[in-house]
Design a protein around this ligand. Structure first.
Ligand code: DHE
Length: 518
């Protein structure tokens, strides 16, 4: 009896012992294959942080599948042809092991990271150039981590500057279009003055960040983090820290934040959570309401943190499922969201907090890329799918799917403009990633498929402020931004760029143009 229990105890210990014995080997595997994207100490980089606290929705079996086969709609390639089954198992055990030193990014870290080369008000208030400041484009070039400022009329490059590593998501402008805020996957927020072509302030909000939002009045910036589990509020003037919101439900279960957006008609930030079934609404104060002052760099630290500000209260809205990916209607009354591993989407009324409709959309609808337009007297929204070769068009009155367009492969980004008859969608995944479809918004048919450069990825378009020109990325290291006439679809110009990803027109973004991402 004693012998059996001894053997049983040894058997129980074996997996741990094998992991410990293999640890140096697994560390080497991690360093060779994972570190470049997931970062030193698994804290995230281009890829997400790989720590147990951020993997709660992923079973270890599913994690092994991802390492072997890759992950849809991400930069994660499959390693099944490089790593053996036991190597994959040991990597899975490794990433689910708690780190020896739990990662942390405290208020002190945030405060210490802040740099303000040009405090608010210290630079001239006139643009250094003649171009229309409301028709500029920012182009993010991910190949060599730069951004370009383009004149939206002449398409001259006004300036090109180095950005933080791995910018992700759309930069956000102040309402006057003078300043633009960039967010990087490793947590940095950069404030850039478009009139003076200078970085004016920077701060690191977290270790692994999702995105940022700027309030409609341009006074506040909110950052959404994967690591730590937090939302972080800043005064937009110099990126002074105002408040850190630890993100957790009432029972204390903490959560990553899927993303945060500004909802101008509501005067609030809306954030969806990734590990807790809640949406948070944080209302910013009216310009007339007193806000606890956040001061400037020269003021002592303590006055720059306003924990006790009575404003910016969190309203929790319970939702039936996690919202990984979400979108809003034009008046921000409804959030339309989906869990990536779910069976479709849902529509939640943000006022009542009630789910008002299910969206029966298979194939991972990419709701974050949704756009809307007026169609036969009603408003429709269109979304690509990350796993299906389709674009779904949905009636936003009764939330029925009125059309499913077959495409040449799953797409990532959609764009249009109120002044253009067309909506554009790419074919980001699969063999036809060099194609882009043009959809007629009146007939809901694909009327043209462009292949600007056979074999080269073509993705993400943005219109100029008038809807007359369309810019498309040739998403390659030696890529380009291609300018088209938006009516004739004739190519007008190519501007060489280093793996250009998103392009963002000042007018469209500051006017929440219906065909542009918010
Ligand atoms: Fe993105 C926007 C999430 C992978 C390029 N992406 C966004 C936004 C979210 C998001 C929440 C909106 C932020 C905003 O603008 O405020 N992206 C995700 C993912 O969950 C996903 C699938 C996995 C991940 O890695 O996080 C993902 N995204 C990618 C990529 O692999 C892309 C193609 C290359 C890259 O740079 O990482 C990519 N995402 C983009 C771009 C935008 C974006 C260019 C801005 C689009 C816009 O027009 O506004």
């Amino acid at each position: 009896m004693k012998i059996i229990s001894f053997v049983a105890r040894i058997a129980l210990l074996l997996p741990t012992l094998s992991v410990l014995a293999d640890a140096p080997n697994t560390r080497a595997l991690y360093q060779t294959h994972c570190l470049a994207c997931h970062g030193e100490s698994r804290l995230g980089g281009i890829g997400p942080a790989l720590l147990p606290s951020n993997l709660s929705r992923l079973s270890q079996e599913a994690a092994a599948d991802v390492i072997r086969d890759g992950r849809l709609a991400s930069q994660m390639q499959g390693f099944g042809n490089i790593l053996s089954g036991s190597e994959i198992t040991s990597l899975v055990e490794w990433i689910y092991r708690p780190p020896t030193t739990p990662p942390n990014w405290t208020e002190e870290d945030i405060l210490a990271s802040q740099v303000v080369p040009f405090p608010d008000g210290s630079l001239p208030d006139e643009p250094l150039f003649d171009a229309d400041p409301l028709n500029l484009f920012i182009v993010v070039e991910t190949g060599d981590h730069h951004a370009s400022v383009l004149d939206g009329d002449s398409f001259e490059r006004i300036h090109r500057f180095e950005t933080r590593y791995a910018l992700h998501g759309g930069p956000k402008y102040t309402p006057d279009g003078r300043y633009v805020f960039f967010g990087s996957r490793d947590g940095w927020i950069t404030k850039y003055d478009l009139y003076n072509l200078e970085v004016v302030a920077e701060v690191r909000a977290g270790i692994n960040m999702r995105n940022i939002a700027v309030s409609a009045d341009g006074r506040y910036v909110m950052a959404a983090n994967y690591l730590p589990h937090s939302l972080v509020l800043f005064d937009a003037h110099n990126l002074d820290l105002m408040r850190v919101y630890p993100v957790a439900d009432a029972a204390g279960n903490s959560s990553r934040v899927s993303a945060v957006y500004a909802a101008p008609p509501r005067g609030s930030f809306i954030a969806a959570l990734k590990d807790v079934k809640e949406v948070w609404e944080i209302t910013w104060p009216l310009p007339t309401e007193p806000v606890v002052s956040t001061g400037h760099m020269s003021t002592p630290l303590v006055t720059r943190r306003s924990h006790d500000t009575p404003n910016f209260r969190v309203r929790r809205i319970a939702v039936p499922d996690y919202l990984d990916d979400f979108f809003f209607d034009l008046d921000y009354r409804h959030v339309i969201g989906a869990a990536r591993d779910g069976q479709g989407g849902m529509v939640v009324d943000l006022d009542s907090g009630e789910k008002v409709a299910d969206l029966p959309l298979a194939g991972m609808p990419h709701l974050g890329s949704g756009i809307t337009w007026a169609y036969q007297g009603r408003r429709v929204m269109a979304i690509p799918h990350l796993a299906n070769a389709a674009v779904s068009i949905i009636d936003m009155q009764d939330w029925s799917v009125i059309k499913t367009l077959e495409t040449d492969g799953p797409g990532f980004f959609m764009r249009s403009h109120a002044e253009s008859p067309y909506a554009w969608v790419d074919v980001f995944f699969g063999p036809h990633r060099d194609r882009v479809h043009v959809i007629d918004k009146a007939s809901l048919e694909i009327v043209e498929t462009l292949t600007p450069e056979p074999g080269k990825t073509a993705a993400h378009v943005e219109f100029d402020r008038y809807g007359h020109r369309v810019l498309l990325s040739l998403w390659e290291e030696d890529g380009a931004v291609i300018v088209y006439d938006s009516d004739t679809l004739e190519e007008l110009q190519r501007i060489p760029m280093s793996k250009p990803s998103g392009k963002y027109n000042v007018w469209n973004k500051t006017h929440y143009e219906e065909g542009t991402s918010h």
